[in-house]
Design a protein around this ligand. Sequence first.
Ligand code: NAP
Length: 303
Amino acid sequence: MTMAPDATTYQLIDGKQTAETIKAEIAAEVATIKAAGGKVPHLAAILVGHDGGSETYVRNKVLACERVGFESTLLRYEDDITEAELLAKVEELNQDASIDGFIVQLPLPRHISSEKVLEAVRPEKDVDGFHPMNLGRMVAGLPALLPATPSGIVELLRRYKLPTDGKHCVVIGRSNIVGTPVSILLAKNLEPGNCTVTLCHSRTQNLASITKTADILVAALGRPEFVTADMVKPGAVVIDVGTTRVEDANRKTGWALKGDVKFDEVAPLASYITPVPGGVGPMTIAMLLLNTLKACKGEVYPR
Ligand code: NAP
């Protein structure tokens, strides 16, 4: 393989392995709770409709619950459920003392307001960390149930002991579930944290000239292989959040999961890089389980 003169040997950030370690830690704690006769964490998931991606994500979340010893409940509804009916289901889960946390898998059908539904989830049970109360507490530096994907990214940086203090972190994408919260978390006076953060989006001008200055580059825009070698500084840490299904006739499923980073050409330039799949994705589930454990223990909102 021909390498650029300033190319480095990269190390893969193995999100799958790291998530397995976290899940083993959670399973050990659940076993201790069970042995002491305490309450076993219980996660519920609401799935509306039959979107292939959503079905897979929810199935993986339920399986992950079983593997760590949690109880789990999957509630499925057809996509003609009305907004009022769905809000009533959310309220039932809010009131159900046996459920510690629950998620509403997105996207929801167009006739239902995601904002309304997510705001209806009680913050104490909002283990996805999407409720404005949790986001607001995160911004204020108060204990909160943190959004799973951003906290999974921070956890990867922590467990790989990657220096963040004073580093320039460029985030591409400003969604409420990934780009904006990860930019806030990494700018905080925390460890990992203390980055100087630039948050980019579709109106950003001269994007490549900004990403080129990143010590840590987080790509969360949902455009397969958007980040190319000419956008990356040699030695950068590259975190690829993107997960887009693209047609692939060579696979049984007919599709392959693609990240936002052109891995083959960016990896040789990077110092550390997450793969897709096997990078940020598994961490999201691990952090969801961790939030459910925290909710059950009343760690963030004392019961
Ligand atoms: P989103 O809500 O669609 O937001 C995309 C963001 O990217 C927006 O802020 C948009 O800018 C920006 N953007 C789009 N095109 C751009 C361009 N050409 N240049 C610069 N910025 C651009 O997406 P999301 O929900 O954050 O998800 C992003 C990706 O992460 C998706 O592939 C998603 O599947 C994946 N994801 C993965 C996980 C996981 O667990 N691995 C979890 C969540 C999401 P504007 O704001 O200006 O429109």
